[in-house]
Ligand binder design. Structure first.
Ligand code: SAM
Ligand code: DTB
Ligand code: SF4
Length: 328
């Protein structure tokens, strides 16, 4: 049951306001508010809990690219899709350290390493532990996203100094089976429990714009908000349509619906960082400004996400200047 997480991990991360039992219907009611009312509510919550003009910056690095056994329909890295992609085996430690140093020099405070695995083999995990230790030693917050964890792996990650484990629920439980068939929503909840159980902070969000109904978006947000405590970081990704994946031709979502999703995440998870994540490259500055107004206070920063392009760092800096935003 998805609610098991709330029971098993209660009280592990005390700085988060306690979760409340948001239902899908309650979040749907937020979605249905007039746009200005929804944004006003989100701004009010945002200002109660955060510096309204501060935005945190995380940089991503794909440390193992492509050839993944899983069939997630949106993803360029599945071995089952035809996306054009340079596969790459696990990076060398010095390549990771160079990228982390460059991210820090540009102003990122968190470095997130991603691997295209169903989950890490123990031998590969040892190498990732070295990466975590080295990145941590540079004074950056560390985050990894490695897929499903087996017994004992979360504890090893924690011991190596990992601050955040990223593992997205991606959508509502009742829609998940139409997106992925090689693992289940329950598998993902189980990994989140393992990461929490080892005392790590959680980065967990989803993808919007996969052809889902509004009720599905509301279901995802309610599910995330019911986690107790809620994830410290909530990445809200806009689907990046990648040629060769089954989602290449997904019709575009009304951009205001994306802004509404950010606002609902802000209202239901007041203490969390809400990250305006994948998809910024395709967004106008004005749409991004609306997302910040709706309560987004974190971005992926740097010219690349995992396999696709991100908004360029210079463009972000110019946008921060124009909006009077400052990095944290
Ligand atoms: N293999 C691991 C896993 O699935 O958890 C880690 C890497 S996976 C690429 C990390 C996340 O990237 C996914 O859960 C999804 O939220 C996001 N993602 C992947 N492809 C995307 C796309 N085309 N558009 C938006 N987000 C995407
Ligand atoms: C997250 O929620 N989004 C990031 C990170 N966590 C790992 C990944 C976005 C990937 C976008 C598509 C790509 O570049 O392959
Ligand atoms: Fe593999 Fe993760 Fe992509 Fe799914 S989202 S295909 S598990 S890399």
């Amino acid at each position: 049951m998805p609610t098991a997480l709330a029971t098993n991990v209660a009280g592990k991360a005390a700085q988060q306001p306690a979760a409340r039992n948001w239902t899908t219907e309650e979040v749907e009611a937020l979605f249905a508010l007039p746009f200005n009312d929804l944004l006003f509510r989100a701004q009010r919550v945002h200002r109660e809990h955060h510096d309204a003009n501060a935005v945190q910056r995380s940089t991503l690095l794909s440390v193992k690219t492509g050839g993944c056994s899983e069939d997630c329909k949106y993803c360029s890295q599945s071995a089952r899709h035809e996306a054009k992609l340079e596969r790459e085996s696990l990076l060398e430690l010095d390549q990771v350290i160079e990228a982390a140093k460059a991210a820090k020099a540009r102003g990122a405070t968190r470095f997130c390493m991603g691997a295209a695995w169903r989950g890490p083999k123990d031998r590969d995990l040892d190498h990732v532990l070295d990466m975590i230790r080295s990145v941590k030693a540079l004074g950056l917050e560390t985050c990894v996203t490695l897929g499903l964890l087996k017994e004992g792996q979360a504890e090893k990650l924690k011991e190596a100094g990992l601050d955040f484990y990223n593992h997205n629920l991606d959508t509502a439980e009742d829609f998940y089976g139409t997106i992925v068939s090689t693992h289940t929503y329950g598998d993902r909840m189980d990994t989140l429990e393992k990461a929490r159980g080892a005392g790590m902070k959680i980065c967990c969000g989803g993808i919007i714009g996969m052809g889902e109904a509004r009720r599905v978006r509301a279901g995802l947000i309610a599910q995330l908000a019911r986690m107790n405590p809620p994830p410290e970081s909530v990445p809200i990704n806009h689907l990046v349509t990648i040629p060769g994946t089954p989602m290449a031709d997904t019709p575009p979502l009304d951009p205001f619906e994306f802004v509404r999703t950010i606002a609902c995440a802000r209202i239901t998870m007041p203490g969390s960082l809400v990250r305006l994540s994948a998809g910024r490259h395709e967004m106008s500055d004005e749409l991004q400004a609306l997302c910040f107004l709706a309560g987004a206070n974190s971005i992926f920063y740097g010219d690349k996400l995992l396999t696709t392009g991100n908004a360029e760092a210079e463009r972000d800096e110019a946008l921060f200047d124009r909006l009077g935003l400052h990095p944290v």
